[in-house]
Write a protein that binds this ligand. Structure first.
Ligand code: NAD
Length: 495
């Protein structure tokens, strides 16, 4: 479809605006709503129900009842698999509509909403669906006179509190393994981007997921998010978002029922370029894409570029070319590679970091401004700072925008020291053709994932998550399935 087709199409989109509780869309008890604004033009799209503690209570009661009745939790795994596969199929059938919703709600380019987000959601649901009936429990090497069974059981009621940068995909990374394991799930989308999560709720029901097992509560973090975090009958919160709010969930759990807490938080990914990288042009292209993709609103974005001193100037010029080619444009145009920031607040936050970078003495070598103001939307051009030192705020704090901080290093030890000198530890990249150096550096980097000679590696079969203040626990892979279960030991004495 062309950009014009997409503009025509969005006029006919209908929005699901109410909470999805116990198998149906319902208004909030209070009747409160909030405005959903499109970052493409700053105009309101619709009003969305603003859930609070009363709605959270209703959803948790329905989730618990479904869990106890066993309509999902006790269903044979092969049946759960079939239903989840049909859910994945329905999402695939509605991928165009969902991608359009994601783009107008969040601002990312339509090609990305389709090929990265919706394809990723379908793949994630299908992957965990397939896992349902292929995971065995364990028999312990206890005594010859006993049988020691170690079984996994679903935890119960899971609250998934998710961010706005990949609204449906981040939710799917949570709800797919949690549902596959037999739990009831309540998703709380970010207030900036609730449309796709609300829409898929009815697709889940249509696929056969029973009432109360998959629910969606839109609302503010302070109200709906906090009420889930503090609820005495929620067994686990699985969160993706900022480190600051992640820490609050640890407090909520400690002050309520000691629920499990899994946190995927911020990052400040170092991308280390050695002079002996196998292909410096490819590395430069990748270095640009790794920060400007999704306008830098990616937790694992390579926001710190560490370049070996001997190639600093030539390498940086090559990255600058990528920056020049990435021009923010109409997100509904299929050729657009860079969209808008999610909202006005995020745009202003990023612009203020750019100002701080200049004030603290870094050299702005390209970008730095808001563009496309005439649209009313929130677009920022790709931005590169050189001569950044690791003590500057732009080197230490997560900007979550298209802003690259460049630092020079002398040798591997120096690179490792700079890379690890941050509170975060989500991801890192190393570019070298020396396999020994690659391994040695990778092992010393304090990060949950290390990519060698790429920046966007990883696979659904590999865990994703952070060291240090980037989080606790992992998404993706069968390790994520495990975290939505608890172990029970059953010891049978043989007579
Ligand atoms: P955020 O922390 O502000 O919000 C995340 C979610 O928490 C939202 O649903 C929000 O409504 C809710 N929330 C906000 N305040 C709350 C409170 N006081 N109590 C309970 N819930 C509350 O994050 P964001 O701005 O939506 O997303 C950006 C952040 O997400 C970045 O820091 C980014 O690094 C992180 N992120 C991490 C990963 C990862 O996998 N590590 C992936 C994507 C995004």
């Amino acid at each position: 479809m062309t950009g014009a087709d997409n503009h025509a199409h969005i006029k006919h989109l209908s929005f699901r605006t109410q909470a999805f509780i116990n198998g149906q869309y319902v208004s909030t008890v209070s009747g409160e709503t909030f405005e959903c604004i499109s970052p493409l033009n700053g105009q309101p799209l619709t009003s969305i129900s603003a859930c609070d503690t009363q709605d959270v209570d209703l959803a948790v009661t329905a989730a618990r009842a479904a869990f106890e009745q066993g309509t999902w939790s006790h269903r044979p795994p092969a049946e759960r698999k079939a239903i989840l596969l049909s859910f994945a199929h329905l999402v695939a059938q509605h991928a165009t509509e969902l991608a359009l919703l994601e783009t107008i709600d969040m601002g990312k380019p339509i090609s990305m909403s389709k090929e990265e987000d919706m394809d990723g959601v379908v793949q994630t649901i299908a992957w965990y669906a397939e896992a349902c009936d292929k995971i065995y429990d364990e028999v312990a090497p206890a005594t010859p006179h006993s049988v020691g069974l170690i079984t996994r059981e679903p935890l119960g009621v899971i609250a998934a509190v998710v961010p706005w940068n990949y609204p449906l995909l981040m939710a799917a990374w949570k709800f797919a393994p949690a549902l596959a394991a037999g739990n009831s799930v309540i998703v709380k989308p970010a207030e900036q981007s609730p449309l796709t999560c609300l829409r898929v709720a009815e697709l889940a029901a249509q696929a056969g997921i029973p009432d109360g097992v998959f629910q969606v509560l839109p609302g503010y973090g302070e109200t709906a998010g906090q009420a889930l975090g503090r609820h005495m009958d929620v067994d686990m919160v699985t969160f993706t978002g900022s480190t600051e709010i992640g820490k609050r969930f640890l407090c909520y759990a400690g002050e309520s029922n000691m629920k499990h807490v899994s946190l995927e938080c911020g990052g400040k990914t170092p991308n280390i370029i050695f002079a002996d990288a196998p292909d410096l042009d490819a590395a430069a292209y990748d270095a640009g894409m790794a920060i400007f993709h999704n306008s830098g609103q990616v937790c694992s974005a390579s926001s710190r570029l560490l370049i070996e001193e001997s190639i600093h100037d030539t390498f940086l010029s090559a990255v600058q070319k990528v920056c020049d080619d990435m021009v923010p444009a109409d997100p509904l145009d299929p050729d657009t590679t860079m969209g808008s920031m999610v909202d006005k607040n995020q745009m202003e936050r990023v612009l203020s970091y750019i100002e701080t970078g200049t004030q603290q003495g870094a050299e702005l070598i390209c970008g730095g401004k808001q563009v496309r103001q005439n649209t009313g939307g929130y677009f920022i051009e790709p931005t590169i700072f050189d001569r950044v030192t690791n003590d500057m705020r732009i080197a230490q704090e997560e900007i979550f925008g298209p802003v690259l901080s460049t630092l020079a290093f002398k040798n591997p030890e120096d690179a490792i020291q700079i890379a690890n000198n941050t509170n975060y530890g989500l991801q890192a990249s190393v570019w070298t053709r020396d396999i020994n150096k690659a391994h040695k550096v990778a092992r010393q980097l304090r990060a949950g994932s290390v990519n060698i000679n790429n920046t966007d590696g990883g696979d659904i079969s590999m865990p994703f998550g952070g060291y240090k203040q980037s989080g606790i626990g992992r998404d993706l892979s069968l390790h994520a399935y495990d975290k939505y279960t608890q172990l029970k030991s059953i010891y049978i004495e043989l007579s």
